[in-house]
Design a protein around this ligand. Structure first.
Ligand SMILES: [Zn+2]
Length: 307
């Protein structure tokens, strides 16, 4: 049994020096996972750029057109956190294609991970907070459109609320949005997810895991999803620059292992994305993201059969 991990070198593009987005983390994560021995081997898959048709399932045609052709105005670019470039468009389409491929692999094997993804702030017609296209929403909509699933559950554990995803699926019964985030963090104006678990600043491992374990089994039992999209953002870590929670690296592993194992035992496929994580120490940051892949390999090794 091998763990499918999706990666493309194009996830990383050149940014101006001192840009606050840690663009190198995808490259370093790939390198780190290549060097490590996990509980089962990794099978690497390379995505294609997501088609415009797949993006337009959740974004407006006008927005997709403006994004792809470099017609976002300066305010829109500022809100996105990036200056527009051809390379940026290709990167975003690869990252979204990566989440689509992760979904497909998860449906085939029960569990797969992207080495990027989790751009949950992107709205139907606007970019926000380093998110230009909402890969989680594109994947959920794709699963429904292809008839691969009737009910998709998005479990978003990034420290920031998944406001874009929540708004996109506000009136869509086929997608249940769960967001567990720091209450007093970006975005200032929260959306309404199907379930919001808003946490106080400074929360540590035990209290965080107690919240998660008190909610997730009930949601799985009540909603009975055909597939779970899991955003394993590591900006909940106590050293993160943008998070206000205080998880340790062991806490990240425990969280990811809990989510993946619970779904595995319930025979629900999971497609996981790495989500947010912000630290100037790229090696430390990549190691935090790699907790997801370590947890996934451990869950696969412990439960090789999926049925
Ligand atoms: Zn975040």
């Amino acid at each position: 049994m091998a763990l499918t991990v999706v990666h493309h070198p194009g996830y990383t593009i050149d940014l101006p020096a001192n840009h606050p987005f840690p663009m190198e983390k995808f490259r370093v994560l790939r390198q780190l996972l290549g060097e490590r021995t996990l509980a089962c081997p990794i099978e690497w898959h390379t995505p294609q750029p997501a088609t415009l048709e797949s993006l337009q399932r959740v974004h407006t045609r006008d927005y997709v057109h403006a994004f792809v052709h470099g017609q976002l105005d300066r305010a829109a670019q500022r809100r996105s956190g990036f200056v527009w470039s051809e390379a940026l468009v290709q990167r975003v389409r690869l990252e979204t294609g990566g989440t689509l491929l992760t979904l497909e692999a998860a449906l085939a094997t029960g569990l797969a991970c992207n080495s990027a993804g989790g751009t949950h702030h992107a709205h139907a017609d606007a970019a926000s907070g380093y998110c230009l296209i909402n890969d989680l929403a594109v994947a959920a909509a794709h699963a429904l459109a292809q008839g691969w699933a009737e009910r998709v559950l998005i479990v978003d554990c990034d420290v920031h609320q998944g406001d874009g995803t929540a708004r996109l699926f506000e009136k869509v019964p086929g997608v249940f949005t769960l967001s567990m985030h720091a209450a007093r963090n970006f975005p200032a104006r929260k959306a309404k997810s199907d379930l919001d678990i808003a946490l106080p600043n400074g929360m540590q491992d035990a209290a965080y895991l107690a919240e998660l374990t008190s909610w997730l089994p009930g949601v799985l039992a009540a909603y009975q999803p055909d597939v779970v999209l899991y955003d394993a953002g590591v900006d909940v870590h106590h050293d993160d620059r943008l998070g206000y929670l205080s998880l340790s690296s062991d806490g990240l592993y425990a969280r990811d292992h809990y989510v993946l194992n619970l779904c595995r035992e319930a025979a629900i496929p999971v497609a996981a994305v790495i989500g947010g994580g912000y630290d100037r120490d790229i090696i430390a940051l990549a190691a935090r993201h790699a907790q997801l892949h370590r947890a996934a390999a451990d869950v696969l090794a412990a439960h090789p059969r999926f049925d």
